[in-house]
Design a protein around this ligand. Sequence first.
Ligand code: URP
Ligand code: ZN
Ligand code: ZN
Ligand code: ZN
Length: 461
Amino acid sequence: MTTLISGGQVLSTAGASAADVLVDGETIAAVGAPGTLGPADETIDATGKYVLPGGIDAHTHMEMPFGGTHSVDTFGTGTTAAAWGGTTTIIDFAVQAKGTSLLSTMDKWHAKADGNCAIDYGFHMIVSDVNDSSLKEMQACVDGGVGSFKMFMAYPGVFYSTDGEILLAMQKAREIGATIMMHAENGIAIDQLAVQAFAAGKIDPVQHGLTRPPELEGEATSRAIQLAKVTGAPLYIVHLSASQALAAVAEARDDGQNVFAETCPQYLYLSIEDLAKPDFEGSKYVASPPLREKSHQADLWRGLRTNDLSVVSTDHCPFCFKDQKELGRGDFRAIPNGIPGVEHRMDLLHQGVVAGELTLGRWVETCSTTPARMFGLYPRKGVIAAGSDADIVIYDPAAKQTLSVETHHMNVDYSAYEGLEITGKVETVLSRGRVVVTPSGFSGSTTHGKFLSRDLNQYLN
Ligand code: URP
Ligand code: ZN
Ligand code: ZN
Ligand code: ZN
C-alpha cells in the first residue's frame, strides 16, 4: 500500500520547503520535488498545509500511581488523545516503587502499555530506590531499550533521592552511557515551607506555588549540574519552569557540559494567577514545579530559541477536578500533582510560531527532532526522510479552534486551557503509514502502537 502526500510544505529543522512525500507501507519511501513522485494507491492533497514529522512527547504519565490515586488517562485513552493532537510517539515514565526492582517495574509498565497504545511508545525508568541491585539493573534496562533514568530531588518520603544516592546513580549512568533525568526542586526545604504555611492556616491551592519558590528550583538545578559534573554523567532537567534554573543550565552548556533541559507548554502559557483562581479551581493547575509568575515566560521562550531549552514535553499527568483534585480541599499538600496536556502541545507551540517567538524549524526541532535524538530514536523518528517511519502530521496553519473540555479527547473532566483560541489545527495523522486521524475523526486503533526499544542519547560529547 502506497500513499502520496502532495502539494504541502514539508517541515524540518531547517524550515519549510515545497515537496511531496511517498509512503510505502510503514515507512517513507521518498521525499521529492512537487509532482515528481507517484502515482500511489492513495493521494492526500496537502496544498496549503504543513507536512511535519509526528510529534514526540518525551514526558507523559499514563495510569501513574501518585498521591493515593492514579492519573486517569490509560495508555489507550492517552495515546489516542496524543494522536488527535499530532503526537505519534510518547515516552512514559515507569515508576519503581520502593522495595521493588527496576526489571519488575519494566514488566509492570509493559503489561499496562503493550497492545493498548494508538501510537508508538517507549519508557524512561524512575529510580526511587537506589541500592546495589537497582544500580546493577540499570544496564539491563538499557539493554531493554530504556536508557534514561529519572530521579527526584523533590517529594521526600516518596520518590526523593539523597545527593549521595544521586551521585551513585550518576556514576553508574556515566559508566553505561545512560542519561539521568532530574526533577530539580529542593524538596527538603519546600516541605518545611509547606508545613509552615499549613500551620498558619494557609490551605488554598495557591500555597502550592508560594511554598515552592523558583529559587529552590534554581538551587536544585545547580546542585544536579554540579553532581553531574563531578561524575561525568549526562543530565537532562525535566519540566524546567524558572528563570533561575534556566540560567544554571545555560551556564553549564556554555561550559560544554552534557546538560540538557525541557520545558512544558503550561510554563509558557499559564501562571501562578491560574493557581490562585477561587473556589478551589486553582487545584486544576497544581503541578510540580508550580506555575510561575508570568515574568519567567519570556526567558523560557528565549531559552527555546537559544537551545538552552531543547525539548518541549507535556508532563501530561491528568487528575479529575471532581473526585481527585478534591483530595486536597482543606490541605493544598494533598492535591494530586499534575496537569493534562498531551493533546495540545503541537498546537500550543504552533501559537509560538504565530506569535513570532519560534521559527517553524524550531517548532519541529523542539517537539520532534530533538526528542528523537535525545532519546535514541533518530532517524527512525523525528524527521521526514526516506527510510524513516511514516509518522507524519498534516497541519492546517490557518484553521481556528478553541481548546475546551467539550472537544478534547483526554480522559479528564477539565481543560487547563479552557477557551483558549488557537490558530492552526491537525488535519491528518499517520502513524507508521497508517492514517490514524482524518479530518472526520479518529481512524486508528489502540492495538496499533508498538514499543520502541531506544538507543542511548545521540547528543553526548
Ligand atoms: O506535577 C507533576 N509534575 N506530576 C507528575 C510527576 C512529575 O514530577 O513529573
Ligand atoms: Zn517531575
Ligand atoms: Zn512528570
Ligand atoms: Zn474522575
